[in-house]
Every structure is written in C-alpha cells, then in structure tokens.
Write a protein that binds this ligand. Structure first.
Ligand SMILES: *Cc1c(COP(=O)(O)O)cnc(C)c1O
Length: 396
C-alpha cells in the first residue's frame, strides 16, 4: 500500500516522462545477448550491447563459470573482509594487475559500484576533483559521494583543464586535487587526451583517475587506453569493468600496492557488500587470459567497426568523430532519432536511440556497437536496413 504522497509523486513523474517521450519501455531479450538477439519472438541484428568481443557467450568462459560453480558453489558467502575472499578473487586480482601492468588490483561488484567505492575512499570535503564534462554518471555520483568540490572542465579541453588545475592549486583551498576522466567516451567513441592530462597532473601534482570501461578489451590492442599511450606508471587509478568487453560482471581498480591496500581497508562497497560470485570471478579470469594471449578477437572487433563506419559514412550518415568501434549516427532531432530507431527495429536491427539528457540537446543519435562476434552478413543486413530507413525518413 503506497502512501498518498508517494502515489502522487510517482504518477506525476511517470506521466511527465511519457509526455516528453522520455519513458523507456524496456525490451526483454529472450535468450543470450549475442550478435543476433530475440525480442518479441523475432530475430534482430544486435548493435546495442557492450559485449565488444563476444565473450558474454564464449564457450571457454562458460566452461570456466561451470567449473567454478562445481568447485566453489554459487556465492562468496560473506563480505570479503569477514570471510568472503576466495582464492578465485585473489587469482582474478593478480591477473588484473598483470593485464594492466600495475603492482596490484582490487575487484568490485560492478563498475558503477567501483566508482562509488574508490573515489570516496581517497577524496573528501577538503579536496577538489577536476572532472570532464562528459564523464559517465557513475563518476559523477562517485565524486558527489566523496563531498569534494567538483570542478567541471570542458570536454577534452586541455587548455581549460590546465587553467582550472592552476587556479585550484593557487587558491590554496584544497588538500588534494584529482583529475578524472573516461578513457573512451561511450556516446561519441572519442578517446581522452591522456598524455596531455598526465603532463598537467605531473606539473600540478594531481591524482589521476581513468575510467576505462569502454577502453579495456578495445583500445591498446585490448589492454586499454592507458596502455595504448604507455602511461601505466603515470596514472594512479586504472579503473575498469568486467561487464563490457570482458563479458561478465564486476569492476576493478588497478594501481600501486599502497593504493590497493588502502581501498581494501577503506572503500565501503568492499567492506559492506558481498563480492562477485565464484563463477563471475573465474569466467573473468579466463577472459583476461584470452585477451593477454591473443589479439584475434580485438582485431575482429576493429575490422567490423571499420567496416560498419565506412559503409554508413558512404551512405551519407553523420557518424561523428569516433576513434573506436563505437559508431554513432547523429541525427540531431530527438523525436526523429527515436523514430529512426523504431523503424530500424521493425526492419530487424536493434540499435537504440540516445537522446537528451544522455547526450546534449539537438545531438540525438542512434548508436551502433559492432562486436567481434558479428559476421559480415549480419553487418550487411544492418547496412541495407539503414539505407532503406535513412532514405524513407529523409536522413540521407
Ligand atoms: C558502463 C560504465 C560504467 C559502469 O560499469 P558496470 O560494470 O556496468 O557497472 C562505469 N563507467 C563507465 C565509463 C561506463 O561506461
């Protein structure tokens, strides 16, 4: 029985979302999340997942997960500090440190949770955080939770970052200052200017935090954006997720031993929430093993990404300035973007419209996420549908 106040609140707000076309009807995927998915009993070419390497359904990961269930059961049993740290978690963290080229690593239950945990374990209300204006929601919330002063700098604007870093230092108002950025920005597919950011950090002694959720498995031949630029020794926090290219679920920070020890002692989701399951831990370890031993899946991902980009660009779509396989088709108008996505769906292509407030007003788009698991036939089908719908709606 909801209170009257709660009912009024919910009914008003939900009606408001409907009125503005912002209420998202969530589709149910019937079966596995692969390059082709089943929705409402119909097959769709799936261009909406973050399963970049197709590992979510990889046989090797499935075998690892089953093995872990047989040997360790389905749950960790307690929070890590009490008695929920399994040998599988330690194994995963050692593999993560190796993967990222750092002394140590700590795993969390998700990437979102990891940003909640790690930022506020180090930063507090006497500190400031320089944050890129297009940073992910979990970074924004993690920063807020820390109660540090948040100083937004213009997206990838190095001059603005430097000015604001200088002003923050000269104010003498803060004990510590951090600069935090996505490694790859997921809506446009552009890469953060990490070498320049590392230089500014060195000049002003800033703490550096890179969230490479969309970079790991993708950039740097799979090792991520920090490694792509050879900055392993100059970035303090290499944060990532096990839920995107790695194909499973979870998050992590890789860094120096003292940082990881501190996070194990003080980050609250580590201390007060049960760790990922044995199956998640071993499947993730297997994924890292695959990534470190072969660039085959990574190469396929880039090949498919480039194929889709060239074809959609040649058809006349505005595909923006992506530097990764992420391929937006920028349409502009929010309603038209949604209509476009709906028509693609009817024709058998699943590519979601992304509109304000996720991206700035007037830059509505349909975002395509090709993966290593797509065949050329699947991509060709999608491209044919794009051409048909694009022409029908007067977009190309
Ligand atoms: C997806 C994403 C996260 C959250 O990761 P989950 O493991 O899905 O919780 C964090 N940061 C960025 C930049 C992301 O894109």
């Amino acid at each position: 029985m909801n209170s009257k106040t709660l009912n009024r609140f919910l009914d008003d707000r939900i009606a408001d979302l409907h009125k503005h076309g912002l209420y998202n009807e969530i589709d149910v995927v019937q079966g596995a999340n692969g390059p082709v998915i089943m929705i409402d009993g119909q097959e769709k070419v799936n261009l909406s997942s973050n399963n970049y390497l197709g590992l979510a359904t990889d046989e090797r990961l499935k075998t690892a997960a089953k093995q872990a269930i047989d040997s360790h059961g389905v749950g960790a049993g307690a929070v890590r500090t009490i008695n929920g740290t399994l040998d599988l978690h330690i194994q995963l963290e050692q593999k993560l440190a190796q993967f990222k080229g750092t002394e140590a690593a700590i795993s969390y239950q998700s990437g979102f949770n990891c940003n909640m945990a790690a930022i506020s374990a180090v930063m507090d209300n006497h500190d400031a955080i320089l944050s890129d204006s297009l940073n992910h929601a979990s970074i924004i919330d993690g920063c807020r939770l820390s109660r540090a002063t948040i100083i937004r700098y213009e997206h990838s604007d190095i001059k603005d970052l430097r000015q604001k870093a200088k002003a923050a230092i000269e104010s003498g108002a803060y004990n510590k200052i951090m600069v935090i950025t996505d490694g790859v920005f997921s809506m446009d597919g552009d890469i953060a200017k990490l070498p320049e950011i590392a230089d500014i950090a060195e000049e002003f002694d800033l703490i550096t935090y890179v969230d490479d959720a969309h970079g790991s498995g993708v950039t740097g031949k799979g090792a991520g954006t920090v490694k792509q630029f050879g900055l392993e020794k100059r970035i303090d926090f290499q944060m990532g997720t096990l839920s995107k290219a790695i194909g499973v679920v979870g998050g992590y920070v890789a860094g120096k031993e003292n940082l990881i020890n501190w996070l194990k002692a003080r980050s609250r989701p580590f201390l007060f929430s049960t760790a990922i399951s044995p199956a998640d831990a071993l499947a993730s370890t297997e994924a890292l093993e695959i990534l470190m031993n072969s660039t085959e899946l990574n190469e396929l991902l880039w090949e498919n990404g480039n194929y889709l980009k060239v074809k959609l660009g040649n058809l006349g779509f505005n595909i923006g300035n992506s530097e990764t396989p992420i391929t937006p088709c920028i349409i502009g108008d929010e309603k038209q973007s949604q209509e476009f996505s709906k028509r693609l769906f009817e024709e058998g292509v699943y590519a979601k419209a992304i509109v304000f407030p996720t991206v700035p007003r007037g830059t509505g788009r349909v975002r395509n996420m090709p993966t290593a698991a797509h065949t050329k036939e699947m991509l060709d089908k999608a491209i044919t549908v794009y051409e048909k719908v694009g022409k029908a709606l007067g977009i190309i």
